[in-house]
Write a protein that binds this ligand. Structure first.
Ligand SMILES: [Fe+2]
Ligand SMILES: [Fe+2]
Length: 275
């Protein structure tokens, strides 16, 4: 088998819903969907309907968009949207019903080119710690606003039952760290998270202060500590391959229609993860 990854397919956009049908079938391979599939359960089903017949196994981690407490779009009946943890759990249940792996499942160990590798889907969120040392936490949002930078998560992503998104992030990091610390072998890993694990990947050049919503310093050494060969992330919509500390960091975003249309074929957005 081979392992591929793509994130940010944003199926709220009609052009993206059409584009995923151009992804070629790879029936022996696994595909990681690294968050921002869309905003609704319908978008998740659309992704799985299109991609499950083409791949042996799908793996999903949530992005911020799945966690937006919005009611259905595109003709879905409007009902009170689930919020925070409850919303995440609903999407996990949906994945389980469809046979898609999530951060809540045992980490699968697969054979990639003769090497046994642990795939680690994670949901870690962000905590506004990607900011300069002289900006205190309570001033972080106004520091971003000074530069005209905002994030729709502030309006749409409730952290219930946690008090803040930073609290939710801390809980997710601690729980994930406990699971990773309990791994008793030294198999190499592929760490997967919607938000980048290291700060240097979290600074979009045109809106650098957007870094607040792009991850947490808590994970700064996870690629070394947890024996990563590859770290997969998305969220920035800036596809790249970088090497830091001999670890390959793959940003695998597909992006909004204006970001890919006329520039690259949808199938080319899939990144093969090589060990
Ligand atoms: Fe996105
Ligand atoms: Fe995102």
């Amino acid at each position: 088998m081979r392992l591929h990854a793509v994130s940010d397919i944003h199926l709220g956009y009609q052009a993206n819903r059409e584009a995923i049908h151009d992804i070629e079938a790879r029936p022996d391979d696994w595909l990681i969907l690294a968050g921002d599939v869309g905003e609704t359960e319908r978008h998740m089903h659309l992704a799985f309907d299109a991609l499950q017949p083409k791949f042996r196994q799908l793996v999903w981690v949530p992005g911020n968009h799945e966690l937006w407490a919005v009611t259905g779009r595109d003709g879905e009946p409007g009902e009170r949207p689930l919020r925070g943890e409850a919303r995440y759990r609903r999407f996990v249940d949906l994945c389980r019903a469809r046979g898609v792996l999530t951060p809540e499942d045992p980490y699968p160990v697969v054979d990639l080119d003769g090497t046994r590798v642990r795939i680690v889907p994670m949901f870690l969120l962000y905590d506004y710690s990607f900011r300069p040392a002289d900006v205190p936490a309570e001033a972080a949002l106004s520091w971003a606003r000074e530069d005209g930078v905002r994030c729709a998560d502030e309006q749409f992503l409730p952290p219930d039952p946690h008090e803040t998104r930073a609290d939710w992030c801390r809980a997710r990091c601690e729980a994930t760290q406990a699971r990773l610390d309990a791994v008793s072998d030294d198999l190499p890993s592929v760490l997967v998270n919607h938000w980048p694990l290291i700060e240097e990947l979290a600074r979009p050049p045109r809106i650098p202060r957007f870094s607040l919503w792009c991850g947490t310093r808590r994970t700064a050494d996870w690629h070394r500590r947890y024996n990563a060969r590859v770290v997969v992330s998305g969220h920035l919509h800036m596809p790249s391959t970088r090497i830091v500390d001999d670890v390959v960091f793959e940003e695998v975003s597909f992006g909004y229609p204006k970001q890919w249309r006329g520039r690259r074929e949808p199938d080319a957005a899939l990144r093969q993860i090589r060990i």
